[in-house]
Write a protein that binds this ligand. Structure first.
Ligand code: ATP
Ligand code: MG
Length: 564
């Protein structure tokens, strides 16, 4: 058995799994599952659950199933099923041949319900929805028994069979567990197990017109699959007594349900229902918009699976709801991309530079380092010529004292190339600087002066004639508030959608080595940040998404948090 990194303490779930292994509680087995409801795309919160379930299985020599919890026929779609499979795989996990659907167990679940009816533990109830609510009572007031609670076993069996056969209209009857209408836990006040609903299910079609509720179905799914540790989020803590009641009354195999705190991230909403609203109401371009916290959105943004897995490991698991600073996620992304992304030069807002003393017809291929963090990445050639582009913000005609980059009369280094000195500024009719004239020092080839003189700045650049045009999309948080759900009185979270979360730059220039770069490949644009090729790119036009900037505020935030 492989255990966790011995220097890190086991989290409370791994401690349970380790203890169970020691006492041989499950006969040496560890079986977990990731059970998405296929009603939307997966988000970074799901990644936490995926890393936890697949991670524990791998660490303890066990198995993790992928199970679609498709008990609700109304909101589920094939599109979501395919995307979920793709996203779990992309994150680096493999369910092998263990892909299951809750709907495959519908007949078995029905038989279990018949068993409970026969044991006098379930009954058909004819109360209307509104009455059912009234009879349930409140947290402070016990409920009242339904007038149908004492139907005979025969009558219940007969009615339940006829519910299945489609003899009654939608919503007219339900099957309920007979537990305790006075229980302080509302989930135990005769919860509904089946409702009548005529809806075509994506997998079972019209075979059923009764559908199981989540509480009834979930434990059965776990039991049928021989799950050992059924890991779910905290909101199900109050449902655990019901999970246990159903399995105990049936006398079937009984996994252990364990709850942990779900992931919340600042500046982010994390519910499929809300994410769907953003898509449907056009606040974003789709589920995979690079501003979305969905796995497909993060992928398109340039996040790597490794970075997401590292993040999930860093945040750990515990029992208390809290909000993780999105800066930590971005820190993990930078940490990973710093090691893995090739460096290239790109100019987002180009300013033309003419090197007056450089021959017009000359082109030099200068050597540039692909990744200073990884010597095996080697070097490449970058063309240098008389006309270049530099970043507009790297020049100021009247620089303040702290500005060390290019200015009239000042010398700077062009990375991997030469020292240049600005000797003239060309402006258009409105006074805007449109071109710089510079001279270069041929003795500084490669970027160092043999006489030892220093410059205070090193700029990135591209050759005007050789560079490729590109579009670059810069992103900011999708919401203006740290907690987007905090939206005043009448408005909802969407009133906090930021109007400035996307800036599109259409006349960027990138070095020619990026010709033919494939969608989703990731780069560091020197001095600018990490960027990823967007699938919108075409033969003649590359489109990039900025994944993150280079500046990492995480260390500072962490220090401030410690001092609080
Ligand atoms: P949402 O509220 O976003 O729709 P959900 O819980 O309804 O989420 P499911 O498809 O039921 O989504 O979730 C599949 C699994 O992922 C469940 O085990 C659930 O507990 C877990 N999960 C969902 N959201 C989070 C989260 N934010 N953090 C950790 N785990 C999560
Ligand atoms: Mg759900």
């Amino acid at each position: 058995m492989k255990t966790n990194d011995s220097t890190t303490r086991l989290d409370f779930i791994r401690a349970i799994v380790a203890e169970d292994a020691k006492t041989n509680k499950w006969g040496g087995r560890v079986v977990t599952r990731f059970p998405p409801e296929p009603n939307g795309y997966l988000h970074i919160g799901h990644a936490k659950s995926i890393c936890l379930n697949f991670g524990i299985a791998a660490e303890y020599g066990g198995l993790c199933n992928l199970r679609f919890d498709d008990t609700n026929p109304i909101k589920e779609e094939e599109e979501y099923i395919e995307s979920i499979k793709q996203d779990v795989r992309w994150l680096g996990f493999d369910w092998e041949d263990r892909l299951y659907y809750a709907s495959d167990y519908f007949e078995q679940m029905y038989q279990y319900a018949v068993q409970l009816i026969k044991a006098g533990k379930a009954y058909v109830c004819d109360l209307a929805a509104e009455q059912t609510r009234e009879y349930r009572g409140t947290l402070t007031k016990p409920g009242k028994d339904s007038p149908y609670r004492n139907r005979s076993v025969e009558e219940n069996l007969n009615l339940f069979e006829r519910m299945r056969a489609g003899e009654f209209p939608d919503g007219s009857r339900v099957l309920r567990a007979k537990i305790d209408m006075a229980s302080p836990n509302l989930n135990l006040r005769d919860p509904v197990m089946y409702r009548i609903l005529r809806a075509t299910h994506p997998r079972t079609g019209d075979a059923w017109c009764i559908y199981p509720t989540y509480d009834w179905a979930h434990g059965l799914e776990d039991s049928i699959e021989g799950i050992t540790h059924s890991i779910c989020t905290l909101e199900f803590e109050n449902h655990r007594p019901l999970y246990d009641w159903f399995l105990n009354e049936l006398g079937v195999y009984h996994p252990q349900q364990i709850e942990f705190a779900r992931l919340n991230l600042s500046y982010t909403v994390m519910s499929k229902r809300k994410l769907q609203q953003l898509v449907q109401q056009g606040h974003v371009s789709g589920w995979d918009d690079p501003r979305m916290p969905t796995i497909c959105g993060l992928r398109r943004r340039g996040y790597s699976p490794q970075a997401i897995r590292n993040f999930c490991k860093r945040i750990g698991v515990n029992k208390f709801n809290s909000t993780v600073d999105i800066a930590l996620l971005e820190h993990c992304v930078r940490e990973d991309l710093n090691k893995t992304s090739p460096r290239v030069m790109a100019v987002l807002r180009p300013l033309k530079v003419v090197i007056d003393n450089y021959p017009a017809d000359k082109v030099e291929e200068l050597e540039a380092v692909n990744n200073p963090e990884d010597a095996s990445a080697g070097t490449r050639k970058v063309p240098f010529s008389r006309e270049l582009y530099i970043e507009r913000e790297d020049f100021m005609e009247e620089p303040p004292s702290k500005f060390y980059r290019l200015a009239p009369g000042r010398e700077v280094r062009l990375r991997y190339a030469y020292f240049i000195t600005c000797c003239d500024v060309v402006k258009n009719a409105t006074g805007e600087v449109v071109e710089l004239h510079c001279t270069y020092d041929p003795a500084t080839r490669g970027g160092d002066a043999p006489d030892g003189r220093k410059v205070k700045a090193t700029l990135h650049w591209v050759s005007a004639a050789h560079s490729l045009k590109a579009e670059v999309r810069l992103y900011d948080h999708l919401f203006t508030k740290e907690n987007p759900d905090d939206a005043g009185e009448s408005e909802d979270f969407k009133s906090n959608v930021s109007p400035n979360s996307l800036e599109t730059l259409v006349s960027c220039r990138i070095e020619p080595s990026l010709a033919g770069a494939t969608p989703l490949s990731r780069y560091q644009f020197e001095r600018l940040g990490y960027f990823c090729v967007d699938p919108d790119s075409s033969e003649g036009k590359l489109v990039f998404n900025r994944t993150v900037t280079l500046r990492d505020p995480w260390a500072k935030i962490q220090k401030a948090q410690k001092n609080r």
